[in-house]
Design a protein around this ligand. Structure first.
Ligand code: C2E
Ligand code: CA
Ligand code: CA
Length: 659
């Protein structure tokens, strides 16, 4: 009826609608201006009723005398599905203007009919007892001619989730007579759900009693779709469907306002950039979608996952303990060990996770984000494929600086050893000594966190001598059980400026009794290139002692092999970053293969660092790489554990000829 109201509101003619009982249920402002008294209105209504009974034709006109003069009334039925008049439309005009009235009324009726029958909006009229007395023609099919149709029948078309609120609104309307509006889903023609908005109005008779209820039902599915689309655009990432940065910021605000503690995790899909570069952007997009799905599978219902930048992904995990977070992070990381497939191509990616807690780590969110990012950085530094919690660095850094000079004295330094294996025979060629610092407060401090500091402060000299001493003594001790075992010690490039180093090496070898040809000193490629002149001198002097030199992290320093030709180097260690991708990435494989060939042409042996999988071993063997080192064989182990490892491995390699 709202439809009619809007439609007739600005009519210059007076318009009034009667219900079947002859009660006026609507009058427009033009009608009001006629200022009819109660008697005139009743006369009009009586005439209306009479006309309605005679309703043979669709349109009836009659003349009526009212205080304002003589009027022509055009009566038109609002027909329900039974072909009966549910209401009567009456248009009044002064007789003087009767010319053309017929035509106008016909037009009005035609439009009204159009509105009722073709509009996507519906008008329903309920009796005061709650029976449907008027339904739109298109509903006829569904109601199976059952009469009368009750409120409950109508509710059967409403989505079960929405039905309670619709029923409640209807009940409220019947008890308070106040206008009620409600949005709900209703069954459409094909059984689909359509969003509609219904407005119900109680029509009262002159005595103030309920006469009927008129409900207009408007299809708002378009609006809903639009709203949803806007929401999607505004708050979700179009590629992966997860929350975007704005939604993330809103969500975080919500958590903070609600004083909810949470963990914030930065995620890095380690191969994403590589896939984009080496396959295609489509492959990259595909990978991201799949990677997102994997993460989602590990999450709890309240966890929040967002893409806040091209390759930046964040998790917000409310009320999570450090233990729970550890379990979850482990689950996330290991879920990436399963490879991805893009058009039958295998993609092996890993996941890195950096974690910080609000408000434990900081009650400023920007700070928490920075901390999580720092933790992520640490994981990447460690070789990715893992997770790390933020550790307060400022404080930590101060402690490290303060305590480093006392570390040796306090017996906090110790060594681990990692085996190097000859690929052809599977025998152990030697071990690399790797320095460890166990701090009473900070726990294990990785060498990356204190070696640079030791280099700056000069303690590296003392430390290196300590490592040399310790390691030479250890390997000398192992010599009886494992003859021929070699020892590699890392030499900081800073020491290439200290010619007295040679004398110390000589002394240590003498004191420990280790044969010089058992010792290999590893210098990083970049370190060597920075100190090429003095470095060469020292290496030559060491070579004269019988000590060998190896180039560490080869491939990262952009040096040409031509330089190396002039250095007394016997082993080249290809950096882990190239080995990591050789199976999936043909470019890395080509680089490694080329390095091996060039090294061979210079009579230098080659070792692959960071070997973690069997397929890498197979490929490297095919490339005739001499040695390999990495987690696939063993992590770095303390002396006692490494000894066990050596024992087991010399047993399995028993049948082979000695190295
Ligand atoms: P590096 O000489 O390249 O040592 C190899 C590093 O890679 C070690 O880390 C080792 O644990 C790790 N690693 C070995 N196999 C694998 C693998 O399969 N996968 C992965 N992801 N990593 C693997 P670590 O012990 O943390 O040592 C880090 C660096 O610290 C060393 O790199 C070396 O540059 C330096 N360093 C360690 N000990 C000493 C030392 O006594 N003196 C000096 N100057 N530097 C040292
Ligand atoms: Ca090394
Ligand atoms: Ca290395």
């Amino acid at each position: 009826m709202d439809k009619y109201t809007a439609f007739f509101h600005h009519f210059t003619e007076a318009v009034v609608i009667f219900n079947w009982q002859g009660v006026m249920i609507y009058q427009n402002p033009a009608f009001d201006r006629l200022a009819l008294g109660r008697e005139e209105k009743e006369a009009l209504a009586a005439e209306g009723r009479a006309q309605a009974k005679r309703m043979k034709e669709r349109l009836a006109t009659f003349q009526i005398e009212l205080p304002g003069g003589s009027f022509v009334a055009g009566m038109s039925p609002i027909i329900d599905e039974r072909g009966q008049a549910a209401a009567m439309l009456c248009v009044l005009r002064r007789q003087t203007a009767a010319d053309g009235l017929q035509a106008r009324l016909a037009e009005a009726e035609r439009r009204l009919q159009l509105i009722v029958e073709h509009s996507s909006d519906y008008v329903l009229i309920f009796s005061r007892h709650g029976e449907l007395v008027y339904i739109p023609p298109s509903w006829k099919r569904k109601t199976n001619e059952r009469h009368p149709i009750s409120r409950e029948d109508v509710l059967a078309f409403v989505h079960p989730d929405d039905a309670p609120v619709v029923a409640q609104k209807l009940a409220e309307l019947y008890s308070t007579y106040e206008v009620q509006t409600v949005e709900f889903r209703k069954r459409g023609e094909q059984g689909e759900w359509i969003w509609v908005e219904a407005q119900g109005k109680a029509i009262l008779d002159e005595a103030g009693a309920l006469d009927c209820v008129i409900v207009t039902v408007k299809n708002i599915s378009e609006r809903k779709r639009y709203e949803e689309k806007l929401r999607q655009l505004a708050y979700f990432d179009s590629l992966t469907g997860i929350a975007n940065r704005s939604y993330f910021e809103r969500h975080i605000d919500g958590l903070i306002t609600g004083r909810t503690p949470f963990a914030l995790c930065y995620l890095d899909f380690d191969k994403f950039k590589w896939i984009n570069d080496h396959f295609s952007h489509q492959a990259g997009d595909y990978f991201l979608r799949e990677a997102v799905k994997r993460v989602q599978q590990a999450l709890r219902p309240d966890d929040f996952f967002a893409r806040v930048g091209g390759d930046e992904f964040v998790l917000l995990l409310p009320n999570v303990t450090k233990t729970e977070m550890t379990t979850l992070a482990e689950r996330l990381v290991s879920s990436f060990h399963e490879p991805f497939y893009y058009e039958k191509q295998l993609i092996q990616s890993t996941l890195s996770v950096g974690i910080a807690f609000f408000p434990q780590d900081s009650d400023r969110i920007e700070q928490v984000m920075k901390y999580a990012d720092q933790a992520l950085y640490e994981v990447k530094e460690r070789g990715r494929n893992g997770y790390a919690f933020y550790r307060p660095t400022e404080h930590r850094q101060a402690i490290i600086e303060q305590d480093l000079p006392f570390a040796i004295m306090r017996g906090q330094l110790y060594l681990c050893y990692q085996p190097k294996v000859r690929l052809a025979k599977g025998r152990t060629m030697g071990v690399e000594a790797l320095l460890r610092w166990r701090h009473p407060v900070l726990g294990d401090i990785p060498p990356f966190d204190f070696i640079p500091l030791a280099e700056e402060s000069g303690f590296i000299f003392e430390i290196t001598l300590w490592v040399l001493e310790r390691a030479c003594r250890q390997v000398k001790e192992w010599e009886r059980k494992f003859p021929g075992l070699k020892l590699a010690v890392n030499l900081s490039p800073f020491l290439l400026n200290r010619p007295e180093l040679v004398e110390h090496v000589k002394r240590i070898l003498r004191e420990t009794g280790l044969a010089p040809d058992r010792l290999i000193l590893e210098v990083t490629e970049s370190g060597l290139m920075e100190n090429i002149e003095t470095g060469r001198h020292i290496l030559i002097e060491l070579q004269q002692l019988g000590v060998q030199a190896a180039i560490d992290d080869f491939g990262t320093g952009f040096s040409s092999l031509a330089y190396i030709r002039n250095l007394p180097v016997s082993l080249l260690k290809i950096d882990r970053s190239f080995i990591q991708g050789i199976v999936e990435n043909s470019k890395d494989a080509t680089i490694v293969d080329t390095i091996i060939h060039l090294a061979k042409s210079l009579d230098i042996e080659v070792l692959a660092e960071g070997v973690e999988t069997e397929s890498q071993v197979v490929l490297l063997s095919q490339m005739a790489c001499d040695y390999a080192q990495g987690f696939y064989f063993s992590r770095s182990l303390e002396a006692e554990k490494l000894q066990q490892w050596l024992e087991e491995h010399s047993r399995t390699a028993c049948g082979e000829s000695p190295a």
